[in-house]
Ligand binder design. Sequence first.
Ligand SMILES: C[S@@+](CC[C@H](N)C(=O)[O-])C[C@H]1O[C@@H](n2cnc3c(N)ncnc32)[C@H](O)[C@@H]1O
Length: 215
Amino acid sequence: MTNDKHSQIIPFYGGKYPDLFEIERRCMDRAGKVIQHLDALLPSGLVLDVGAGNGFTAEKLTCDNRKIIPLEPDENMIDLKKNLVWTKGVAQDIPFHTNTFDAVYATWAFFFDGISDLAKGLYEFERVVKQNGSMIIVDNYGHDEFTSYAPNNISSSPDAWIDRGFTYEIIQTEFVFDDVAEAQRLLGFYFGQRGSRIEQTRIEYKVVVYTKIKK
Ligand SMILES: C[S@@+](CC[C@H](N)C(=O)[O-])C[C@H]1O[C@@H](n2cnc3c(N)ncnc32)[C@H](O)[C@@H]1O
């Protein structure tokens, strides 16, 4: 079968190696600039986090007047200890009615250039958000030290997102590890030998935030 729910999931290491994912989430934007940026962009009301992982951003962006619903397909990622109302599902087939959310966002999840189902996910993003609601996508910008270690291209392409009607902003942040061993462990896992030879704890990292308002 090629179109079952399982084949719609992009494999991710976090459920199998939660200790490595913990390092990633703690260190990749230690200053919390991406969270601050999203907090300022997101409205109050009901917001959907697509590909929410373990609920790291959903938990941080929830506040008295904003409820974030995390949508995540991999049950090994879902952290039931977090005080969140979880939904299991994929970006290509969001299990909510049309015009439900005041905003939708995805951080480093599903909305990557070259994904064959990207159009389906974008259709679903646009469908579930209300008129004048924001659609926000966060990814690697590239042109930085972090992506320079990758053997393949892991940077986003702003031109493709502009063609889809999004505008973008770049956040200049950094990975900050507790020590070199931690940096080598995570970057070695990501990038092989080049990553495991790193001798520093701070690594420049640029993040791109794409935004589109539903008309
Ligand atoms: C890199 S993690 C990012 C997690 C989270 N957004 C964060 O910022 O910590 C990517 C997540 O997307 C999920 N994912 C994989 N395929 C997906 C799909 N088709 N639709 C939605 N999410 C998907 C993975 O299971 C994983 O939890």
